[in-house]
Ligand binder design. Structure first.
Ligand SMILES: [Zn+2]
Length: 161
């Protein structure tokens, strides 16, 4: 039962390489004593990976904007005769970089809201307990440990980085 649900999730979130790594892992089944948490977790993981990727694009975009802006400004000093024309070309590139930065930054913000909501939703599920055991157990602690170890994501506090 668990494996069929997980397999269904795999096909919907095929893009994640981390996910592909653990699909044959036995630890995966151990980490999810309840099938209810798995679809939610993989939805979260998919968005989380998208968000991390978007954050990287934002970082690259900001570096490009800074470098191109700086080059456009200092070029006339280094090459007094042709520097202005090179500056103009760099400035056009700067404009495209700025546009790229604005687009990816907006995407990253949208994804962050998504990830934040799903993260809170998962923490809520963990707080009420997500397994089918009636006696006290370590399922929630095991799951938190598993996610922290394998994905470096903490489900302890309300914030996510
Ligand atoms: Zn349990």
């Amino acid at each position: 039962m668990t494996s069929t649900v997980l397999r269904k999730e795999e096909s919907t979130l095929g893009g994640s390489s981390q996910f592909a790594q653990c699909k044959t892992s036995e630890r995966l089944d151990q980490a999810f004593p309840s099938v209810r948490i798995a679809p939610l977790f993989y939805e979260f993981l998919g968005r989380y990976n998208d968000w991390r990727q978007a954050k990287l694009q934002v970082m690259i975009g900001s570096i490009l904007v800074l470098c191109l802006g700086l080059f456009a400004l200092i070029m006339p000093w280094f090459l007094p005769k042709v520097g202005v024309w090179i500056s103009l070309v760099i400035f056009i590139l700067f404009f495209f970089a700025l546009r790229y930065y604005i687009v990816v930054n907006e995407r990253a913000s949208h994804l962050y809201i998504n990830v934040y909501v799903l993260h809170h939703h998962l923490i809520g599920k963990l707080e009420v307990g997500f397994c089918d055991h009636h006696e006290p157990c370590h399922c929630v602690e095991d799951f938190r440990g598993y996610v922290l170890k394998n994905y470096k994501i903490s489900f302890e506090s309300g914030s996510i980085r």
